[in-house]
Design a protein around this ligand. Structure first.
Ligand code: OSB
Ligand code: MG
Length: 370
């Protein structure tokens, strides 16, 4: 693939509702899309999922797009790339910035798929026709509001509920949901808000038959999670703490988690995520695909990864209308009657990017050419 053009589209989009976690709240979502174009005119699209601030990770849309502009774009425009593994080898000397790398990698994979007549699911070894859709619900102003949102999502057909928790908003909401909806598939995500001093609360949460507790302790910890994991019966799932395949191997040795939330943007790419999925399956660690409030572009890659046979829990991949009034892809991602999303088999990401909407939400555009 000889890339002659790399473009960044900076959009500002509004989530339908505020999304609050233990690390902060978003409503105005900065969205950065990457478009690559090769010499024959074929294109590929990817999405940078970094948020406005360094809260989930150190990356922000601003710092990461600077890394793309100054360091990744020149690499991609300089040489002819045989396949996307070659891209990974070339960007490996850039330390960190997995979200920046993933955004460009996705665009190259989409392009590669379009040129070779392969879907992203084909490329990652996906086998499923549809993937199980769960939904992640933010921290609400009241328990009543939370319970009513859970009810709506269950009615829409979502197959698993995840709620965000933080100290002071944990046992009570979980109890309220159990009291009201009984034995539904339910899990919690703390985004690193607890420490081992919170054992009392964590022990209480352990009594609610949760599918898992996601990232209870610090975002960069593996050791304390291994201590916690021995004290609880509920499986621990790691998100933030697993940034590389090496982290997963250490987590396995230490017994820090039973399950991993695989987010391609956190681990540096779709192909890296595939590798982590395969290793998780080999080690007997459960796996599912997490989200970062993506538009329909990033969502396409999540759906493809979730069709991988190593995925054995419901995913944080909801339909377009869960976050967006108007998604920027056609067709938008739609929940089927059994709470799944269909895995496209067309070449590339399998959805069309709506340039009319890109225009509508565009704040800034940056272009590099060969
Ligand atoms: O921790 O999984 C997380 C969203 C933004 C940042 C971190 C997380 C999340 C979610 C939502 O839980 C996942 C989604 O629906 O895209
Ligand atoms: Mg998480």
């Amino acid at each position: 693939m000889e890339i002659r053009r790399l473009e960044l589209f900076y959009l500002r989009m509004k989530l339908r509702d505020e999304f609050r976690t233990s690390f902060g709240s978003v409503q105005e979502r900065p969205v950065v899309l990457v478009r690559v174009e090769e010499k024959g005119g074929e294109e590929g699209w990817g999405e940078l999922v970094a948020d406005a601030g360094p809260w989930y990770s150190y990356e922000t849309y601003d710092t990461s797009s600077t890394i793309i502009r100054n360091f990744i774009a020149p690499i991609v425009l300089q040489r002819e790339i045989q396949d996307v593994y070659e891209f990974h080898a070339a960007v490996s000397r850039i330390r960190g910035y997995p979200m920046a790398k993933t955004a460009v990698e996705e665009a190259l994979l989409d392009l590669y798929g379009r040129l070779e007549g392969k879907s992203i699911a084909d490329i990652v070894g996906g086998v499923r026709k549809e993937i199980v859709s769960g939904v992640s619900i933010g921290i609400k102003r009241s328990i009543d509001q939370l319970v009513s949102e859970v009810e709506t999502r269950l009615e829409e057909g979502y197959r698993r509920i995840k709620i965000k928790i933080e100290p002071g908003h944990d046992v009570e909401p979980v109890k309220a949901i159990r009291d009201r909806f009984g034995d539904i598939p339910l899990q919690v995500d703390a985004n690193g808000a607890y420490t081992l001093r919170d054992m009392q609360v964590l022990r209480k949460l352990d009594n609610y038959g949760l599918l898992m507790i996601e990232q209870p302790l610090a975002w960069d910890d593996l050791v304390e999670h291994s201590i916690l994991s021995r004290k609880l019966t509920t499986p621990i799932c790691l998100d933030e703490s697993i940034k590389t395949l090496g982290d997963l191997l250490v987590a396995y040795k230490l017994g820090s988690c039973e399950i991993v939330n695989v987010k391609p943007a956190r681990v540096g790419g779709i192909l890296r995520a595939k590798e982590i999925l395969e290793t998780a399956a080999r080690l007997g660690i459960g796996a599912w695909i997490g989200g970062m409030l993506e538009t329909g572009v990033g969502r396409a890659f999540l759906v493809a990864l979730a069709s991988h046979p190593a995925v054995n829990y419901p995913n944080d991949i909801s339909a377009s209308d869960r976050y967006w009034e108007e998604d920027i892809v056609e067709p938008p991602w739609k929940l089927t009657s059994n709470g799944t999303l269909e895995v496209p088999r067309q070449k590339g990401i399998g959805v069309e990017v709506r340039t009319d909407l890109i225009e509508k939400y565009l704040v800034e555009k940056w272009t590099a050419t060969k």
